[in-house]
Design a protein. Structure first.
Length: 134
């Protein structure tokens, strides 16, 4: 029996270098829906139907680059895809998309059959896409 007093994640708030580019990435490349925008804040909310992200525009003109090894907080965002073909197709799309920095293309996790890839989207977020192998 669980003693947790929470029931799951409502949303994840992420600060990004360029709100319009990151919003466009989630909407146009991954097919997510934009569910809210507030230009006065500025922020955008996007969802794939299961995960909801609130994206915030960084206020600095010269933000420190993301460094998963020296900064507290996000190491990476891991998103699951339905099958290996989707992962491979997304890998090819991402490699050909301006502003995407691919860390590694789809490869086995350990001895497989699970596969994953890692990249940074145009706003600087480090994202892992993975297929569970089943």
């Amino acid at each position: 029996m669980s003693t947790a007093l929470t029931i799951g994640m409502n949303h994840l708030g992420l600060t990004v270098r360029d709100l319009s580019k990151t919003t466009a990435f989630f909407r146009d490349v991954l097919g997510w829906q934009v569910t809210a925008e507030d230009p006065s804040y500025p922020r955008t909310t996007v969802t794939d139907g299961a995960v909801r992200l609130t994206l915030w525009q960084v206020k600095s003109d010269d933000p420190a680059p993301f460094d998963r090894k020296t900064n507290i907080g996000l190491h990476h965002l891991a998103l699951e895809v339905a099958d290996a073909a989707t992962l491979l197709n997304l890998g090819q799309t991402l490699a050909a998309t301006d502003g995407i920095v691919v860390e590694f293309m789809p490869e086995f996790m350990g001895s497989g059959p699970r596969k994953h890839m890692m990249f940074a989207e145009p706003g600087g977020l480090r994202i892992e896409l993975l297929w569970s192998g089943v």
